[in-house]
Design a protein around this ligand. Structure first.
Ligand code: FE2
Length: 241
């Protein structure tokens, strides 16, 4: 499997707090059959500027290789006015090593707010993956316009393992299931902040997703689509609805 969203770089955001925990995260992920992880520390001007990421990434990349895993570096970019200002300066590393940006929509954004900001971002010729929109209650309450926008905009969607495992409650779990059944989700990722998020949460999500979907669909969500974007190829099942 390929995990495109993980906070396993220690001491740079609210994810792993030390090297040992990051190594535990790598081991837990390896045990589940994840062989590629894109580390995506939060990037938000003034809050998470991540000046020490590169050194820590180099250390963890070597640890990952010992486990026959590949560790890549991206970012989870917080979508606000600041992001529009510095978008031109964002390096390839922040783009999941591809032309894709992993964008976190603020939880107080309505569908209209999200549309306006994403529309502005798209002017910079970037491809957008929205991180865990299923956890945004305002978007949940505006499912129809949100789905219409996603379908018409070419924006991709990543759902969290925690949403599927039920750690954000029944309503989020059911909404995630609905979005998946409508073909609106392209990736399932761990969004892991500690080793438990792999060993307990991600493992439960994987088990659940193979119950919810056919093997072929589950494979697309957990590995094939991620593999395609890492090679900058289009997704095969794109928005089947
Ligand atoms: Fe995250």
């Amino acid at each position: 499997m390929i995990d495109i969203h993980s906070h396993l770089i220690y001491g740079v955001d609210d994810g792993s707090y030390c090297l040992e925990e990051s190594i535990k995260m790598l081991s837990a992920a390896a045990k589940l059959g994840i062989d590629k992880i894109i580390a995506t520390p939060h990037y938000q001007k003034k809050l998470y500027e991540n000046t020490t990421v590169n050194d820590k990434y180099a250390i963890l990349m070597a640890k990952a290789a010992e486990l026959q895993m590949e560790l890549l570096l991206g970012s989870e970019l917080y979508c606000n006015e600041d992001l529009i200002k510095y978008i031109r300066k964002i390096s390839r590393k922040s783009k999941l090593n591809t032309q894709y940006l992993l964008i976190e929509i603020p939880f107080n954004y309505t569908c209209e707010d999200a549309k306006k900001m994403l529309h502005r971002l798209k002017r910079y010729q970037v491809k957008i993956i929205i991180a865990h929109p299923e956890r945004n209650l305002l978007l949940m309450n505006q499912m129809k316009p949100f789905i219409e926008y996603i379908k018409s905009s070419g924006i991709l969607v990543q759902a969290d393992a925690g949403s599927i495992a039920g750690i954000y409650g029944h309503k989020v779990k059911e909404y995630t299931k609905k979005l998946i059944s409508l073909g609106m989700v392209d990736f399932i990722a761990s969004n892991a902040h500690n080793s438990n998020d792999y060993s307990r949460v991600f493992s439960k999500a994987v088990e659940t997703i193979y119950r919810w979907c056919s093997t072929q669909e589950a494979n697309l969500l957990l590995k094939s689509n991620a593999s395609l974007i890492l090679s900058n190829k289009p997704l095969t099942h794109y928005k089947i609805m």
